[in-house]
Design a protein around this ligand. Structure first.
Ligand SMILES: [Zn+2]
Length: 316
């Protein structure tokens, strides 16, 4: 959907409300009191009423938009811009474009949309051949005191206080139609990025267990704490390589790390450590749905309505 079409489809608050209601009707409203799915629509008060216990549910209640005072059209514009632009959008830019007086509510709105994207992707696990490596993303720690920061700056090693350590996993398949010119022997499928508290064996093993199907083949560049991986997946292939050649063994993971860094740096001035996961979730959500085209708007809107009560785990 381009901008012209968006304006045609959603010229005002009413058009957004009626689309939002259509999506809610389609996904089904669940009564928070008795769990019933049978409701009347009370058009005079614009609320659903449970046929069993008579409890009422507002149009936004139980969705990501619950509690937000912003017009639905603001949400629709944000969803449109987040899904139709390749690189993404900063909340500051969005605030300017919408012409809203305050930054905070716009930031919260976009942040909730990022969370929705993360929750949606969290329903899937990666499978096939999964490349795995860690990347270091520039971020600021807004939570720490000056003293803590000074203490940490003395420490050296993998990752520093100005970086978030991120485990990057890329699902690929062998490409049997590879042309000779093509450098990578595999085809990229899906990506996941997880901010890591630490790189201890236990933590790495747990992250792999949560994000990669047991039936997968996992390839890494052999880092000691990766050894736990062999307990959680079918085949584990660590290949010891000098850092310069790592991109030959794990080509897609390195492409993804580079793309994510470029995208985040290009759009956002500075990312707080606390929210790094949400920005990565947005990046991964869009990469994983790169072929959805116009449907992406609807998909994200449906997720905003449905995310609370659909918990299906699917391998991908
Ligand atoms: Zn009820």
């Amino acid at each position: 959907m381009n901008l012209i079409k968006f304006i045609e489809n959603f010229p005002d608050e009413l058009s957004c409300r009626s689309r939002f209601k259509a999506v809610r009707d389609q996904e089904g409203v669940i009564c928070r009191k008795c769990g019933s799915r049978d409701h009347y629509w009370l058009s005079t008060v614009e609320q659903y009423q449970c046929k069993i216990c008579k409890a009422r549910t507002t149009l936004r209640s139980g969705t990501v938009m619950q509690g937000s005072k912003l017009p639905l059209r603001h949400w629709f514009i944000a969803i449109h811009l987040l899904t139709s632009t390749k690189k993404g959008f900063s909340s500051l830019e969005l605030q300017k474009q919408i012409g809203h007086k305050f930054y905070e509510p716009i930031w919260y709105m976009v942040q909730k949309l990022r969370k929705t994207m993360g929750l949606r992707d969290g329903k899937y696990q990666l499978d096939k051949i999964v490349e795995l490596d860690e990347g270091f993303f520039e971020s600021v720690d807004t939570e720490k005191t000056a003293e803590e920061k000074q203490k940490e700056s003395k420490k050296r090693g993998r990752g520093s206080q100005k970086q978030s350590t991120v485990m990057v996993m890329a699902s690929t398949v062998y490409d049997f139609q590879t042309k000779k010119k093509q450098k990578k022997p595999t085809k990229f499928r899906y990506v996941k990025m997880k901010v890591m508290e630490n790189m201890k064996g236990e933590t790495v093993g747990q992250t792999v267990k949560e994000n990669i199907c047991y039936s997968s083949v996992v390839k890494t560049d052999h880092y000691a704490s990766y050894n736990k991986i062999k307990e959680t997946v079918w085949t584990y292939i660590p290949t010891k390589v000098p850092p310069k050649e790592a991109s030959k063994v794990l080509p897609w993971v390195h492409t993804m790390i580079a793309n994510a860094k470029r995208t985040l740096l290009g759009v956002h001035h500075m990312i707080s450590k606390k929210y790094m996961q949400d920005y990565l979730d947005e990046f991964c959500y869009k990469v994983n749905r790169r072929n959805f085209g116009d449907n992406l708007f609807d998909r994200l809107l449906i997720s905003c309505v449905a995310i609370n009560y659909k918990n299906i785990n699917v391998c991908r």
